[in-house]
Write a protein that binds this ligand. Structure first.
Ligand SMILES: [Mg+2]
Ligand SMILES: [Zn+2]
Length: 178
């Protein structure tokens, strides 16, 4: 497969996750090798889009200013390594809001697909996530997915035994596939 578009979940894939949510730029800490993997792919011309559920906004755990600061830190971390993040789509709803964006719903990935425009080709696209919801969202828009064991990934692998390829981390996947 010629990979031209990469969709990533954020928490547990790019940065350390926490059951208490990631609420500030200070708490946002990249996983080993993650930013390097994104930068390398970006330099190779892969379009990078991030789809992230952030119900902590609706729960009042942090503000949209905090979220902007986390994403600035993430973008600057990738840019310092010579790459870029092309788009970030986030859902700020609660699970009970029944919105169409919160993964496993397809809305966030549909937003990224719209932003990708004519460059989007489903079989040249991959979604990498650590939650079963990420895999379901990818399936809902018809793109292949990979599970990583970071974040919730080891539990996802144990609880759902998904049929998608599984790697230890985003960095590990990139080492073997880029
Ligand atoms: Mg996650
Ligand atoms: Zn939503």
């Amino acid at each position: 497969m010629a990979l031209r578009t990469l969709f990533l979940d954020r928490d547990g894939v790019i940065n350390h996750d926490s059951p208490d949510y990631i609420k500030s730029a200070a708490e946002w800490q990249p996983l080993p090798g993650a930013l390097e993997a994104i930068a390398t792919l970006s330099q190779q011309g892969v379009w990078i889009g991030i789809a992230t559920n952030q119900s902590g906004l609706a729960r009042g755990l942090f503000t949209s200013v905090d979220l902007d600061q986390m994403h600035l830190k993430m973008r600057q971390g990738v840019e310092a390594l010579g790459g870029r993040i092309d788009a970030i789509a986030h859902c700020f709803h609660l699970p009970d809001d029944c919105c169409r964006c919160r993964k496993p719903e397809p809305g966030l990935l549909e937003q990224l697909i719209r932003q990708r425009g004519e460059g989007f080709v489903s079989h040249e696209t991959l979604m990498i996530g650590d939650s079963y919801k990420d895999l379901q969202a990818a399936q809902a828009v018809g793109i292949p997915a990979v599970l990583v064991r970071t974040g919730k990934g080891a539990n996802t692998e144990r609880d759902h035994a998904p049929t998608v390829p599984v790697y230890d981390s985003l960095g590990h996947w990139a080492e073997l596939n880029v």
